[in-house]
Design a protein around this ligand. Structure first.
Ligand code: 4AZ
Length: 272
């Protein structure tokens, strides 16, 4: 029997459902359209020749996107990966959108999903994106981020996957705060499983109201206007004691990125 929505039991389930309204980054809201022109939606072509979003990323050069290594996908024959730039709504055919093919996935090393270390990957695009009012690069933090004080407010955006495996149609953002590494490794938090290393940063909400979630992976974390981290993992989402963990853009990662994207031309930034 299909339960009727008028059944008191069903009604109570509907109204007592957790307050994560619909397909949103948890506790967040829709961004002002095109206010994050570096945001990239990574999409994979499925069997029915439709593209499905799977991760986020940030445009760091006209032909390079920075994302998480766990977003690596096998590129089987007939399978295409693309980066969609300049979009606000995933479904609408907006003139501002640019769709560029991903020709290469370069994770820093083989990603280890037990330790969760080194969750960082570069994606090379087939052609350069056109830089305009809708599409811009996000500057890497010069010299890398050493750390962010606990309590610092940050924001993260994405087209998060919902429980029904749909995505929010419009880009969502949420405010979150840095949680100190010692606290994050403590018994009630991650308890060193996995170890939150110097190259990771915990960012969440003390009351578990705000978080990134599956599908937001690879997207940029912005703290004090700086590109600070990459959405990496968490145990569940919006769990106060299991905050979101982000790859921290430390100097070693910035050096690695530059060693790849600035070849063969060193200091090519001025040319763009
Ligand atoms: C994921 O599965 C994932 N709460 C990403 C981020 C977070 C949780 C899960 C952070 O890709």
């Amino acid at each position: 029997m299909i339960p009727s929505v008028y059944n008191p039991l069903v009604l109570s389930v509907i109204f007592l459902a957790p307050a994560y309204p619909g397909a949103k980054i948890i506790g967040g809201h829709e961004v002002k359209p095109h206010s994050r022109p570096y945001m990239v939606s990574l999409q994979r072509r499925n069997g029915s020749r439709m593209y499905a979003p799977y991760c986020g990323g940030a445009l760091i050069r006209p032909n390079w996107v920075l994302t998480a290594a766990h977003c690596e996908k096998p590129i089987a024959s007939g399978q295409f990966l693309r980066a969609v730039l300049g979009g606000h709504s995933l479904s609408q055919n907006q003139k501002s959108k640019q769709r560029l093919r991903i020709i290469k996935q370069i994770p820093i090393t083989k990603f280890n999903n037990r330790t969760m270390k080194n969750d960082i990957m570069l994606l090379q695009l087939e052609t350069n994106a056109k830089i305009n009012q809708y599409v811009k690069v996000l500057n890497l933090p010069k010299g890398g981020i050493t750390d962010m004080k606990s309590g610092t407010t940050c924001t993260v955006a994405g087209w998060r996957k919902t429980k029904t495996s749909r995505y929010s149609d419009t880009l969502q953002e949420v405010e979150v705060e840095v949680i100190g590494r010692r606290k994050c490794n403590s018994k009630n938090y991650y308890n060193h499983r996995p170890e939150i290393t110097q190259d990771m940063i915990c960012v969440g909400d003390r009351k578990g109201r705000a978080d990134s979630c599956q599908g937001d992976s690879g997207g940029p974390l912005i703290c004090r206007k700086k590109y600070t981290g990459i959405v990496s993992f968490g145990r569940g989402c919006a769990n106060a004691k299991k905050p979101g963990v982000y790859t921290l853009l430390t100097k070693k990662y910035i050096d690695w990125i530059q060693s790849i994207i600035d070849l063969p031309l060193k200091n090519a930034e001025e040319l763009y």
